[in-house]
Ligand binder design. Structure first.
Ligand code: F58
Length: 831
């Protein structure tokens, strides 16, 4: 298809580069009104807030457009190695503020809107955040593409444009009820559909052998059905640096031919059914956290988006005459967990079946084009796909996986002769408990590098999760500790603190977070400490105002704000936090401590449970029940409160985290791969109470033991307790305080006298407690008592909080990206 005009343009405007609109409030006003009137088709007087939001978002977009086009031109003209980030999830958060910050347009826009009688805050509130991810893994992808744009690294993020993102959580009688996330229903001003760049994706059918013109035995795939993938482009602006990268999200459509055929036969119902079937592929994000469901539609989603992405890259991004032997010089595909790992056999298939390469050559190339990031330590979280399903959906890919496995196992036998047990452990295809493809093994065999997401995690990955592989390929394994973008999570979320930081260390720290170390000396300055407290106080007030309108919740004033926000999972141990809350409550109620001696504290929870995760949902119900009882009890009024705002998401995080005093990171040691919320809290001046787990370990090392509240068993201690046999009911029986607390819950004191509503929770703690909450209970209570005392010393607490900020610069995702460049992506990527 030809591009550009048929004849040489004659007008200067048509020849010249793209001219961005004038950067002034007058200039913006003009863009805004043009979009409102000519784009939305309404006058200002008749426009709804949604009209205004859509128009202003499009007007903001204009200011990024010249940079986007220029970045693309530059990257085409000076082709350098690129990162293809393959992720089934991007938890982007709202786009408007991010774009305003990237273009440095907040003031201009505010002024222009004011002249129209519109408040920027009203506009901000219109946006429904794109919730195209579950939690940490999806948010990490969003931070990484932000950092790559800010570092001017050539990167395309590839993913799925789910029509419905992560569900909206509501509470009915304290129990979670999921509501569909209709984020697209009022229009999405941030995306650019490109139907002309649609690609076809095949599924099903069978394979057959044939002899080609050169007399070679070849295989071809005769698919059974196919769908189209339509790319939607999103801008990924760097921070005030003129760079705009691309996020390419794929949406499924029915093929036109299929459609038309059925229409012509007069079977309209069947045509609609076919369309619905195809479009189901990108209909909804799977809301599973940590334990993936082996559902057919999920594998369809995974193959759909990687097939679209590889085809798009090879056929549309590379020059037409490109020699694919040089592919590894041009791109590295980073596999965000195992979800995109089906890209490995897909690239093999493209190179062998479509491009006519020999196996060995194709394998050499493939092995250089992928790297794999693992995000878990839970064995049940490792994806395995039944052979029957892979064979039915992707018969050619299954053959290729067998081919890879056969050659791989030969190497294992060569390296470890006579060790058939090892061969079975390492096989990409498992036989028990059912025949299935182990995606993590495939990724590890194919990937040039395999990384964990924090030091401890990478070490456990080598020693416990994939030890055979680490022995065979010691150089493959590496660590890159996660990071978070300081643009969204400090600059944008915490303007009050940002201003203080800029005053103290000068401007520009948003792009070089190591400069936060310049705050160190300010921790000793009483005046600075006072300003720091005022910033925290302003953030608390902002949170109070939000929760009042958002949830009808009235936060008490002057409390220590103790925050635990993350997905609800047993390994994260919201149950342990709840035991602490009930302990505080019980100790005041029983008169063991006088109310006036208690450090006033509000505990805030935020957590979604996977819809099918029974115990997680029971925990949510119990937290809400406990909150209701405590908040209504005059005996603890002004001393203890519990809030559980529904639907914790990126937008809420941006107001909650800057207001927090205490960050709860209390997973059982060895279970949380990294955590990234922990980093956001530290950067916003909350102190952490945490186990020696995930990135907590590195946070503690950096901020220092005096500025971190460590508790609980270490990972080796956990392993030892497992080995010696853990009996939670014994811990209960041996600890009178714990016994009182559990007995109180079990009595139905928080559930209208109904013990039935808590028996699942209580029984699990007493007779199962897989994540050893009871074993860490006393240590947790002890550290919380130290926290109460520490918080009472305002100056010392503030000093610690400032030191947390000053010493957490390491946790910028810019640093993570430098580490990927150094340790994984290799030479050739231009910085
Ligand atoms: C998270 N994983 C880790 N998985 O739990 C967390 O420790 C880490 O900081 C973060 O990744 C980033 O590395 C995670 O969020 C998921 O959400 C998957 C979604 C799909 C099903 C399996 C879990």
């Amino acid at each position: 298809e030809s591009r550009g005009p048929a004849a040489e343009p004659t007008h200067a405007l048509a020849r010249g580069p793209v001219v961005p609109p004038t950067r002034s409030s007058e200039g913006f006003l003009r863009e805004f009104l043009r979009e409102l009137q000519y784009g939305q088709g309404v006058t200002l007087a008749r426009s709804s807030p949604n009209d205004q939001y859509l128009a202003m978002a499009r007007a903001v977009r204009h200011y990024l457009m010249a940079d986007w086009l220029e970045t693309a031109r530059r990257r085409r003209e000076h082709p350098a190695k690129m990162v293809g980030y393959l992720s089934a999830e991007y938890l982007l958060g709202r786009q408007l503020d991010n774009a305003l910050l990237a273009t440095d347009m907040v003031d201009i826009v505010q002024e222009a809107l004011a002249e129209c009688g519109i408040s920027l805050d009203t506009m901000r509130a219109q946006e429904v955040e794109p919730g195209l991810g579950n939690g940490g893994l999806g948010r990490l992808a969003a931070c990484f593409i932000d950092s790559l744009a800010t570092l001017d690294v050539s990167c395309v993020g590839y993913g799925i444009r789910y029509e419905y993102g992560i569900f909206r959580q509501t509470f009915v009688d304290g129990r979670q009820v999921e509501v569909p996330d209709t984020w697209l229903s009022f229009g999405n001003p941030w995306e650019f559909p490109h139907p002309e760049r649609e690609v076809e994706v095949n599924f099903g059918g069978h394979t057959e052998q044939y002899t080609d013109e050169d007399g070679r035995e070849r295989t071809r795939w005769i698919p059974g059905w196919n769908v189209l993938g339509v790319p939607y482009h999103y801008m990924v602006p760097g921070y005030q640096n003129g760079v705009v990268n691309t996020l390419r999200l794929w949406s499924a459509r029915a093929t036109h031919a299929f459609d038309l055929q059925i229409f012509n036969s007069g079977d309209y119902a069947e045509a609609v059914r076919a369309q619905t079937f195809a479009e189901n592929i990108t209909k909804v994000l799977y809301p599973e956290d940590s334990t993936p469901q082996g559902r057919e539609l999920r594998l369809q989603q995974q193959y759909f988006f990687v097939a679209c992405s590889l085809k798009d890259y090879i056929d549309q991004t590379l020059p037409p005459d490109f020699d694919l032997k040089r592919l590894p010089d041009q791109i590295i595909f980073q596999l965000n967990d195992t979800h995109p790992v089906i890209a490995v056999p897909e690239l093999m298939r493209l190179l062998i079946d479509d491009k006519g390469m020999e196996w060995d050559e194709a394998w050499e190339i493939t092995q250089k084009c992928f790297a794999y990031t693992c995000h878990t330590l839970l064995p049940e979280a490792l994806e395995v796909w039944p052979v029957e399903l892979v064979g039915r959906l992707l018969p050619r890919h299954l053959e290729i996986i067998y081919g890879i496995n056969e050659r791989f196992l030969e190497q294992v036998r060569e390296a470890f002769p006579g060790d058939e047990l090892r061969v079975r452990r390492m096989s990409i295809v498992q036989d028990h408990p059912f025949r299935a493809v182990r995606m993590a093994h495939l990724a590890t065999v194919a990937g040039a590098k395999v990384n964990g997401v924090a030091e401890l995690h990478s070490q456990l990955l080598r020693d416990k999760l994939l030890p055979d592989f680490a022995q065979m390929y010691p150089d493959k394994f590496t660590n890159v500790t996660n990071g978070v973008t300081p643009r969204r999570f400090v600059r944008q979320a915490n303007p009050a603190l940002s201003e203080l930081i800029s005053e103290a260390v000068g401007p520009g720290w948003e792009r070089d977070l190591s400069r936060l170390s310049g705050l160190e000396s300010f921790a000793e300055d009483p005046e600075f400490r006072e300003q720091f407290r005022q910033a925290k106080q302003a953030n608390k007030e902002r949170l109070r105002a939000l929760l009042l309108v958002r949830d009808g919740v009235e936060l008490p004033e002057g409390h220590l704000l103790d925050v635990m926000v993350k997905r609800l999972h047993e390994y994260k141990r919201q149950s342990l936090k709840l035991l602490h809350v009930v302990t505080l409550y019980e100790s005041i109620r029983s008169g063991e401590v006088a109310a006036e001696d208690v450090t006033p504290r509000t505990v805030i929870f935020g957590a979604k449970a996977a819809p099918g995760y029974h115990m997680a949902k029971e925990t949510i119900a119990l937290i809400n029940a406990v909150a209701k009882t405590i908040n209504a009890d005059p005996a603890v009024k002004g001393r203890l409160a519990v809030a559980f705002p529904a639907n914790y998401n990126v937008t809420l995080a941006e107001t909650l985290i800057p207001a927090a005093d205490l960050s709860e990171q209390i997973s059982l040691a060895g279970m949380e791969a990294s955590g990234t919320g922990n980093m956001k809290f530290a950067l916003n001046g909350a102190l952490t109470v945490g186990t020696d787990d995930g990135a907590n370990v590195e946070i503690r090392q950096l901020v220092g033991d005096d500025n971190f509240f460590l508790f609980g068993m270490s990972e080796p201690e956990v392993a030892a307790l497992h080995a010696s046999g853990y009996v939670p009911s014994q811990v209960y029986a041996d600890n009178p305080r714990l016994k009182r607390v559990i007995d109180l819950i079990a009595s139905g004191a928080f559930t209208d006298g109904d013990p039935g509503r808590v028996s699942a929770f209580v029984d699990d703690l007493l007779y199962n407690d897989r994540f050893m909450a009871l074993a860490d209970y006393q240590s947790y209570i002890d550290v919380q008592e130290r926290i109460d005392a520490a918080y009472a010393d305002t100056e010392a607490w503030t000093r610690s909080a400032i030191l947390n900020v000053a010493r957490a610069g390491f946790f910028s995702s810019d640093r993570s990206m430098h580490d990927y460049l150094d340790r994984i992506w290799g030479a050739g990527i231009r910085l």
